[in-house]
Design a protein around this ligand. Structure first.
Ligand code: SF4
Length: 340
């Protein structure tokens, strides 16, 4: 098979040009094609900007510390604050594009009303009109129900800036309103950690570099927590093995040492199978669980009566031997349970 050499073909191209006597002409072209040019970047003068400190409010684990550069009242660009050891001064693409979002012509900056629900016919209205419509609705609910409990406040994830929390104050100033107790996410994670580990303290995520075996379970940090990926790779450089458990071949899974493509919705079975195997090998740190966890004996009895590794393997589609491999006697026991 003929191997194409890019440099040889470039040389051939130039030779052809020379023989045709056109190289001088091209070099003299306004673009300076083929003539090396010394580009010099403009000097960066931080004193030319007002610099503001911000935190990304997107409720991503990384909580990036941001520096915003403003000139003449206009945000020019943002960068990650280099003092943050976790992010090391980098933002993800969403973070870097904040100025574009801020000045996007599509950004909603004024009250809009849809002429007929679902019609897509939105038009701008004045703030006064918007306030009137909303307050009339609230008063209407109060008149109809005799209280404001018909008014539901439900929100959770997303933007966690001050505006988000200001809503509670506004709703509370109206009276009692219907609210969710807890959320499906954070309190469930806190309860799980409290029951299992006695507290909800987690390791510093930077500790991941010290791990010897990393299981990324149902997460895709390459897209959703990109700063942690460098710690994953650093750990691998230090000898760690990275296993990704996911029904989807994600970008993180593609880079893992092992990818366990589990059947959708069966990772509970996998966790139970692993727990049963730990029990069988007597690898449970009993001193720890009796001091910190709730209901260990009941859980162990449940596992012995109902769960086998083979059942877990069949349910989740991961071979039983693979499930047993990470749970060996010689593995370090420290773990870093991510929250959320
Ligand atoms: S990684 Fe991106 S979305 Fe997450 S906190 Fe940083 S800038 Fe915000």
């Amino acid at each position: 098979m003929k191997k194409l050499e890019p440099s040889a073909s470039r040389r051939g191209f130039l030779k052809g040009l020379l023989s045709a006597g056109v190289a001088g002409t091209i070099g003299a072209m306004p673009g300076g094609l083929l003539v090396p040019r010394k580009a010099k970047a403009a000097e960066f003068d931080p004193n030319a900007y007002q610099i503001f400190r911000n935190a990304c409010p997107r409720n991503c684990y990384d909580t990036c510390s941001i520096k915003t550069y403003v000139k003449d009242g206009v945000v020019q660009f943002v960068e990650g604050a280099p003092e943050s050891t976790y992010t090391k001064g980098a933002l993800c693409v969403k973070g870097y594009t904040y100025p574009r979002r801020l000045y996007s012509p599509d950004r909603i900056k004024y009250p809009m009303i849809q002429d007929k629900r679902g019609s897509g016919n939105w038009r701008r209205i004045s703030w006064e009109e918007a306030m009137d419509i909303i307050s009339d609705k609230i008063l209407d609910i109060k008149k109809r129900d005799g209280s404001l409990l018909g008014l539901g406040l439900t929100k959770y994830s997303g933007n966690f800036g001050i505006t988000n929390y200001g809503v509670e104050g506004m709703m509370s100033s109206l009276g009692y309103t219907t609210r969710f107790v807890g959320t499906p996410c954070w309190p469930a994670g806190i309860d799980a950690q409290n029951y299992d580990l006695g507290d909800m303290w987690c390791n510093d995520p930077e500790d991941m570099v010290k791990a010897k075996y990393i299981i990324v379970w149902g997460a895709n940090p390459a897209w959703c927590s990109m700063h942690s990926v460098k710690y994953l790779y650093e750990a691998r450089k230090n000898g760690a093995k990275i296993v990704v458990i996911d029904p989807v071949l994600t970008q993180t899974a593609a880079k893992a040492d092992e990818f366990w493509q589990i059947k959708t919705g069966t990772d509970g079975a996998l966790a139970l199978g692993m727990a049963r195997h730990l029990l069988d090998l007597d690898l449970v740190d009993k001193e720890f669980v009796y001091a910190h966890a709730v209901g260990f004996d009941e859980f162990a009895a449940y596992l012995r009566e109902n769960i086998t590794v083979d059942w877990a393997a069949e349910t989740c589609g991961i071979p039983a031997d693979a499930i047993r491999v990470p749970l060996r006697k010689n593995l370090p026991r420290q773990s870093l349970p991510p929250s959320g």
